[in-house]
Design a protein around this ligand. Structure first.
Ligand code: GLC
Length: 480
């Protein structure tokens, strides 16, 4: 039995701020249980919902020296859908209102977490062959495995993988602070290790020291080796390109299934969507106070409202777009200026635009089911999960050709009758608008062709099956 430990800062259903949590919460159960024992470790946040906190069982605790003090490390666990989740408990670090807050405190919080996670392993008696880390929050683990945790029988053969879900976030502060928080010696703070542009950089440490590096789509794996997407680490990504691979994300096909989804008003499938899907649209129009009209084209946006997602393009042409016969439904939170922008347009175009500035999983399902199209004009997109959910619900993605969007949405070709959505290339608001208008034209004037695109979209398979095999292959190769 090969033993794998995922270490991450979030995992569905326990705690989620973004797509990282979906991946960490849905991939582990997709491995072949006969050969792989895959477990997950995350912090025990006070802000987890009570129903999840109630499920945790105490395992053990110990005290660990960190920053000159002896600190409590509690270990709890919970089985969920056949996977064991461990939780690292420390009230000082994990009692915020959200998993992340103050940058400097977060650096300390996750440096503590990386130390505690490795120290907990001998205590629970789980000795993974591979520790699979995710993003900057856990990027110190590959470094520690080659440093302070190197000696001794327990850790010496342990391999590490780091998966980059978003290269933009790296965990950067000045060298003195990072040296203090990590407890690493001067040796590590040179430009070939944790130093980057005179600062200390945690993610860089993970990328330098991990035995293998993955990111969440093929295109993003290539993009980050170039300056535009490389977030100043493109040189390092090129240097490590032999150890870097892109493995596209999947989604949980049980959870996201229009045929069985309990959150939506009318279930449907690939053979009856022509009649049934629209009932979800009318119900959502009622629910959100939009003009009730089964014929109008409804466009959905479910997203963190951040720069990455291309909202400045939408801002630029929203007035023009709202002259068209369309409805736009938004769900998500994020940067204040985008939250206010959507509130403003919802006020200006009542009955046409609905801004839901919060997060709700049930509402997100109803949006995927109700809308005709799903807009995602990202500036960059390591993988993107919403477009996969949209495809599954026969809601055609309109995307910019970057990262995982490029790899998972095939643009409609009206001559060859191929494609599962619509896409544009340049980060340009009018290019986006023209693509939306092209989609409108197909929707209104050539409904049969539109429905055939939906047929193809719903026939695609973006479950974890294929990608889980690729991770297994990588683990096998690492373990040897
Ligand atoms: C990050 C990326 C997103 C990706 C997700 C899961 O949120 O921005 O593109 O799908 O991680 O890997």
């Amino acid at each position: 039995m090969k033993k794998i430990l995922f270490v991450a800062s979030e995992a569905v259903p326990f705690i989620k701020t973004g797509g990282l949590a979906d991946v960490v919460g849905s991939l582990p159960k997709c491995f072949d249980k006969e050969y792989y024992d895959v477990r997950v470790m995350i912090p025990k946040y006070m802000c987890m919902r009570q129903e999840w906190k109630d499920r945790l069982e105490y395992v053990s605790h110990f005290y660990m020296d960190y920053l000159g003090q002896s600190r409590y490390v509690g270990i709890l666990k919970s089985e969920y859908e056949g996977v064991t989740y461990y939780f690292i408990d420390n009230e000082w670090y994990f009692s915020g209102y959200a998993p992340y807050g103050d940058w400097l405190f977060d650096l300390q919080k996750f440096a503590f977490f990386c130390n505690a996670a490795l120290s907990a392993l001998p205590v629970i008696g789980f000795k993974p062959d591979v520790v699979h880390c995710h993003d900057w929050q856990t990027a110190l683990i590959p470094v520690y495995l080659k440093d302070r945790f190197r000696g001794g029988e327990f850790f010496w053969s342990m391999k590490s993988v780091i998966t980059i879900h978003n290269l933009k976030f790296q965990g950067i502060w000045n060298v003195d602070t990072i040296r203090y928080l990590t407890g690493l010696s001067n040796y590590y703070f040179t430009p070939d290790k944790l130093e980057a542009y005179k600062d200390g950089n945690l993610l860089k440490g993970g990328i330098v020291y991990a035995d293998a590096i993955t990111t969440v789509s093929d295109t993003y794996a290539k993009e980050i080796q170039m300056p535009f997407y490389g977030e100043k680490l493109d040189g390092l990504m090129r240097a490590r390109s032999n150890s870097l691979r892109g493995i596209v994300n999947g989604i949980d096909y049980e959870e996201f299934n229009p045929e069985t989804d309990e959150f939506i008003v009318k279930n449907y499938n690939a053979s009856n969507f022509r009649r049934q899907k629209v009932k979800n649209k009318v119900a959502l129009q009622k629910e959100l106070g939009l003009t009730e009209d089964p014929k109008v084209m409804m466009i959905g946006i479910v997203s963190r409202l951040t720069d990455q997602k291309g909202f400045d393009l939408i801002q630029c042409v929203m007035d023009e777009l709202c002259q068209d016969c369309i409805q736009i439904v938004v769900l998500g939170t994020g940067e204040e200026r985008y939250e206010n922008m959507f509130r403003h347009f919802a006020w200006k175009y009542q009955g046409k635009v609905s801004a839901n500035i919060y997060y709700s999983n049930p509402l997100s399902h109803r949006i995927y089911a109700a809308c005709d199209a799903f807009l995602m004009p990202s500036l960059f997109e390591p993988c993107g999960l919403s477009q996969l959910m949209a495809l599954r619900y026969g809601t055609l993605p309109i995307v910019r050709e970057t990262g995982g969007l490029k790899d998972t949405v095939e643009p409609y070709n009206e001559f060859a009758n191929t494609g599962t959505g619509f896409s544009f290339c340049n980060y340009n608001a009018h290019e986006m608008m023209n693509t939306v208008r092209y989609a409108e034209k197909i929707f209104y004037d050539r409904k049969k062709d539109w429905n055939k695109i939906v047929d193809r979209a719903m026939a695609k398979d973006f479950s974890w099956q294929a990608s889980a095999l690729k991770y297994q292959e990588m683990y096998d190769w690492l373990i040897g």
